[in-house]
Design a protein around this ligand. Structure first.
Ligand SMILES: NC(=O)c1ccc[n+]([C@@H]2O[C@H](COP(=O)([O-])OP(=O)(O)OC[C@H]3O[C@@H](n4cnc5c(N)ncnc54)[C@H](OP(=O)(O)O)[C@@H]3O)[C@@H](O)[C@H]2O)c1
Length: 340
């Protein structure tokens, strides 16, 4: 394989504040031959996700920081082109953590999230979005933590993103009233028109907690029973003021703190007064449930009952810019990079 070249994106430096394209470098290396127990995959799509920003810092988190001068960590979907591992043959499609590169070697025994996927009814790219890790995050937080029901009100932030849009659509299937929070009138329109939410609040038009709380009150006249929080900060504070007694909050992400500045909850007394259940979760903690979740989400996508949008940038060199765009809200739906 040494005649084929592999292009990779490495983390060259750690961001100070916001991430920039200068934090990344493009590196070319020969493609390696797979050894016993390994497969070589030509990646068709790379997934760009907000968690990658946290890994760029040299800070304590739930996973070790991304090492400098190594391939950026990331989910990939592609085709097996050479195999020395039992059970894998060239031509099969797989999803795993292949990194920001065109070709990946997987040691199949040491790649817990490597799965073969069937692309006859679900497009390959969806296994990085609605039917992959982000979709499973929405599915788990909605169906295992919040458990919405008919007659209740379910609110989700970053509602046009892949996690939020899956969580909200699944909540809608239960008969709950579903309200999204998203940035800008166009995203809010899509959340209602394409994903079938009952309402969507544009948080960019309501910058302070009081104004946002007023808009939420209008959108949620019966209060909020379940909140799927992707953001934290002011949005979380505003939703808490409208939570009903014994409400549930699934703490999924903290997009408002990606710059590293802590954003404490403004009125923790409300958690007590309203007897709220707040549960943080990582989808990786329950990988035992992934096959069940993928089956459910795959069937919904195949039947047209779960919709999603993708923003696809072309070529690996476009990945750093697309990643920065994702963090600033430029992507509509799932941000992917098409590789080969
Ligand atoms: N716990 C887990 O296991 C797990 C797994 C996967 C993902 N997550 C989390 O799930 C969340 C959503 O992920 P995703 O992949 O679907 O990404 P996403 O929603 O597409 O994320 C980017 C979006 O976040 C919004 N955003 C950025 N900064 C914001 C801010 N300060 N306030 C409000 N919104 C802001 C922007 O949308 P607007 O234009 O609407 O502002 C942007 O388009 C993230 O927090 C991610 O870390 C958690």
């Amino acid at each position: 394989m040494s005649n084929i070249m592999n292009v990779q994106v490495h983390l060259q430096s750690r961001p100070e504040g916001e991430a920039t394209a200068g934090n990344f470098s493009l590196v070319e290396v020969p493609v390696r031959e797979p050894q016993t127990g390994q497969i070589l995959v030509r990646n068709h799509f790379l997934s760009l996700d907000p968690y990658m920003r946290g890994y760029m810092d040299d800070a304590k988190s739930y996973a070790p920081p991304q090492p400098l001068n190594e391939v950026m960590l990331g989910g990939t979907a592609g085709e097996v082109i050479a195999s020395r591992a039992e059970g894998f043959v060239p031509g099969e499609f797989v999803v795993g953590t292949g990194g920001w590169q065109q070709y990946s070697i997987f040691d199949v025994q040491r790649a817990p999230d490597l799965v073969k996927v069937d692309i006859t009814r679900v497009p390959l790219s969806a296994y990085l979005g609605a039917v992959g890790m982000p979709g499973l995050t929405g599915w788990y937080g909605c169906s295992r933590i919040i458990v919405p029901a008919s007659g209740q009100t379910f609110v989700v932030s970053a509602a046009m993103g892949i996690v939020g849009s899956v969580a909200g659509q699944l909540a809608k299937h239960t008969g709950a009233r579903v309200v999204g929070i998203a940035g800008g009138p166009e995203k809010c329109r899509l959340v209602v028109d394409e994903y079938g939410f009952d309402a969507c609040v544009d948080y960019r038009a309501h910058r302070d907690e009081e104004s946002l709380a007023g808009a939420l009150k209008t959108a949620c006249p019966a209060g909020v029973d379940g909140y799927f929080d992707n953001v934290g900060g002011t949005i979380l504070d505003a939703v808490i003021t409208h939570m009903n007694t014994f409400g549930r909050i699934a703490l999924c992400g903290l997009l408002a703190s990606l710059d590293g500045r802590p954003r404490p909850i403004s009125r923790p007394n409300l958690l007590l007064i309203k007897r709220l259940l707040v549960q943080g979760f990582f989808v990786d903690d329950r990988m035992d449930l992934w096959p069940e979740g993928m089956k459910t989400l795959g069937a919904l996508v195949a039947n047209g009952q779960l919709r999603y949008r993708e923003t696809i940038s072309e070529g690996l060199a476009s990945a750093p810019g697309a990643f920065i765009g994702l963090l600033s809200g430029r992507a509509i739906g799932k941000q992917l990079v098409r590789l080969n």
